[in-house]
Design a protein around this ligand. Structure first.
Ligand code: HEM
Length: 485
C-alpha cells in the first residue's frame, strides 16, 4: 500500500474521511463505521493529567561537555574526562499556572536537565532561583494551593498568596527575589538555572563533598518589567516557547556554563547556618564557583506531547558519584516526582523514548504493568538472584555514607549559630541599585495592597522590616499609598 494512503489505527485503508457512513443519504449513523468510532474515541483520550505544578513548559535536546577537571570531588563517569560529551534533554517551565497559562508572568521558572549518561539517566531538576519559599516538604501542598487558583473563585487570589507568606517567614528571601527584576525572565534562554538544593558528590577515595549547581546563561540575563510582561502576554501568550523554538530552529545553540560550589562534608555541622536549608544561598566568599562544563541546546523535539509533556524528571535519578544531602525538601522530592509520574504517565513511563536511558539500557527484574513494551529476551529470568547470568548488583555504594545522630521526631531546625529567616533577604535587598529597589517595592506593594485583611498585610510587612528596616518602611509606605487611592 502506498505511503500516502490514510489508514485506521490497525493499518487498513480509509475510504472516506469527510463523510460518516449513514443509513441512506439523510439517515442516522451506522455503528459499523469503524473509522468514525475510532477517530472520535481517540480524540476523547488525547489529554492526560497535567503536571500538578510546572504544567506549562518547553523543551529541547543538546549536550553537556566537561571543560574542567572535577575528578578530585566526584567519580561520576560522565564528569570524568575533559571534553566528554553527554546527550541531554532540558525542560523549562513556569510553576503556578495551568498548561494553557501565559509564559511572561511573574513566577519562578523550572530548569530540569536530564543527562543521558552511560551509567544511567541523571536528572537535575532545578529552578531559575537559587533558593525556595519553604524548607520542609510537609508545607508544599499548602504552599501550592495558596498560589494556584482558589477552589471557590477559580482565580489566583492575592489573599491566599500573601496569607501563606504571612505564615512562612522563611519565604522572605525567595519573595524578595521573585518580586525583584529577575522575577519575570525575558525568555528561557536569558536566565540562569540552579540545582538550588545541596547535593552530595563522592570521589573515588570515598570522600564526600556537598555541592550546589549553578548554570549561568551565556546569552546574558534579560528580564521584563511588569509593564513589558503585560504587553508581551497580550502579543504572544507563548512567548518563551516561541523564543526557544525559533532560536533552536535558527541554529542559535543557546548555552549555559555550569559552575559548582563545593563544601567538604566535614564542614557542614560547624557552618554558621544550616547548609541544607533551601531558603539560603552559600556566600561565594565562603565557597567560590568552580567551572565544570557547558550545556548546549541544539535540537527541538519532533513532538511536543510525546517528548515535552511526557518527559518525566525525578530528583532521585542519580548516578554513581552523585547523591542526595540531608536537605528535608530534597528528601521529600525524592518521593514526590516518580509518584507523580506513575499517576500521570503510568508505571512504564521510563520506557518512553524521552525518559529511557539512551547511552545504556535498563536491565532489571521489573516486569509487565500497563503498556509494557520492555520484552527482555526470551530466556531472561524475571527473578534475582538466578543461575542464568542475569544482571546483578555491583556492591559499590553510589555515594559516601553520611553519619546521623539524635532522636526521631519532628524538629524545627538543626542548631546553627546564624539561622534566622531574614538576614539573606536583607543582604539581597541591600545589594540592589536604587532603581531595582524602587521596582521591587512597587511590585510587592502592587500585590500586597490587594489583600483584604490588615493582619495579613501587617505580618508580611513585619517580615520585610526584619530583613531590613528601610525595606519594611518603604513597602509599608507604598502599600498605604495604594490603599488610600
Ligand atoms: C515539578 C513536587 C519543590 C522544581 C514537580 C511535580 C511535582 C513536584 C509533583 C510534577 C512532576 C510531574 O508530574 O512530572 C515538588 C515537591 C516539592 C518541590 C513536593 C517540595 C518538597 C521543588 C523545588 C524545585 C522544583 C525546590 C527546584 C529547585 C521542579 C521542576 C518541575 C517540578 C523544574 C518540572 C519538571 C519538568 O519539567 O517536568 N514538582 N516540587 N520543585 N518541580 Fe517540584
Amino acid at each position: 500500500m502506498s505511503q500516502r494512503v490514510l489508514t485506521t489505527e490497525s493499518g487498513a485503508p480509509v475510504a472516506d474521511n469527510q463523510n460518516s457512513a449513514t443509513a441512506g443519504a439523510g439517515g442516522p449513523l451506522l455503528l459499523q463505521d469503524q473509522h468514525l468510532l475510532e477517530k472520535l474515541a481517540r480524540f476523547n483520550r488525547e489529554r492526560i493529567p497535567e503536571r500538578v505544578v510546572h504544567a506549562r513548559g518547553s523543551g529541547a535536546y543538546g549536550h553537556f561537555e566537561v571543560t574542567d577537571d572535577v575528578t578530585e570531588f566526584t567519580y561520576a563517569d560522565f564528569l570524568s574526562t575533559v571534553g566528554r560529551r553527554t546527550e541531554v534533554f532540558v525542560r523549562f517551565s513556569t510553576v503556578a499556572d495551568s498548561l494553557g497559562g501565559a509564559d511572561a508572568v511573574r513566577d519562578p521558572r523550572g530548569f530540569a536537565v536530564k543527562f543521558y549518561t552511560e551509567e544511567g539517566n541523571y536528572d537535575l531538576v532545578g529552578n531559575n532561583t537559587p533558593v525556595f519559599f519553604i524548607k520542609d516538604p510537609i508545607k508544599f501542598p499548602d504552599f501550592i494551593h495558596s498560589q494556584k487558583r482558589d477552589p471557590f473563585t477559580g482565580r489566583q487570589e492575592p489573599d491566599n498568596v500573601w496569607d501563606f507568606w504571612a505564615h512562612s517567614p522563611e519565604a522572605t528571601h525567595q519573595v524578595t527575589w521573585l518580586m525583584g527584576d529577575r522575577g519575570i525572565p525575558a525568555s528561557y534562554r536569558h536566565m540562569n538555572g540552579y540545582g538550588s538544593h545541596t547535593y552530595q558528590w563522592t570521589n573515588s577515595a570515598g570522600e564526600a563533598f556537598f555541592v550546589k549547581y549553578h548554570f549561568k546563561t551565556n546569552q546574558g540575563i534579560r528580564c521584563l518589567s511588569a509593564e513589558q510582561a503585560a504587553e508581551t502576554v497580550g502579543r504572544d501568550a507563548n512567548s518563551h516557547q516561541t523564543d526557544l523554538l525559533q532560536a533552536v530552529e535558527r541554529g542559535v545553540r543557546p548555552s549555559w556554563t555550569l559552575y559548582v560550589q563545593l563544601m567538604p562534608a566535614a564542614e557542614a555541622d560547624g557552618y554558621r547556618f544550616n547548609p541544607f536549608d533551601l531558603t539560603k544561598v552559600w556566600p561565594h566568599q565562603d565557597y567560590p564557583l568552580r567551572r565544570v562544563g557547558r550545556l548546549v541546546l541544539d535540537r527541538n523535539p519532533d513532538n511536543v506531547f510525546a517528548e515535552v509533556e511526557q518527559a518525566a524528571f525525578s530528583p532521585n535519578n542519580f548516578v554513581p558519584g552523585i547523591g542526595p544531602s540531608p536537605d528535608k525538601m530534597l528528601q521529600g522530592r525524592l518521593f514526590a516526582y516518580a509518584d507523580a509520574h506513575r499517576y500521570r504517565l503510568g508505571v512504564n513511563h521510563t520506557q518512553l523514548a524521552v525518559n529511557a536511558p539512551k547511552a545504556t539500557t535498563a536491565r532489571n527484574y521489573g516486569r509487565d504493568g500497563l503498556m509494557a513494551s520492555n520484552a527482555q529476551g526470551r530466556a531472561a529470568k524475571n527473578y534475582e538472584p538466578n543461575s542464568y547470568d542475569g544482571p546483578a548488583e555491583t556492591g559499590r555504594p553510589l555515594s559516601a555514607p553520611l553519619a546521623v545522630a539524635g532522636h526521631t521526631g519532628t524538629h524545627a531546625a538543626p542548631p546553627h549559630t546564624k539561622d534566622d529567616d531574614f538576614f539573606q533577604a536583607g543582604e539581597l535587598y541591600r545589594l540592589m541599585s536604587a532603581e531595582e529597589k524602587s521596582r521591587l517595592i512597587a511590585n510587592i506593594a502592587g500585590g500586597l495592597s490587594q489583600v483584604s485583611r490588615d493582619d495579613v498585610i501587617d505580618k508580611n510587612l513585619a517580615h520585610f522590616h526584619a530583613a531590613d528596616p528601610e525595606y519594611g518602611r518603604r513597602v509599608a509606605e507604598a502599600v498605604r499609598a495604594l490603599r488610600e487611592d
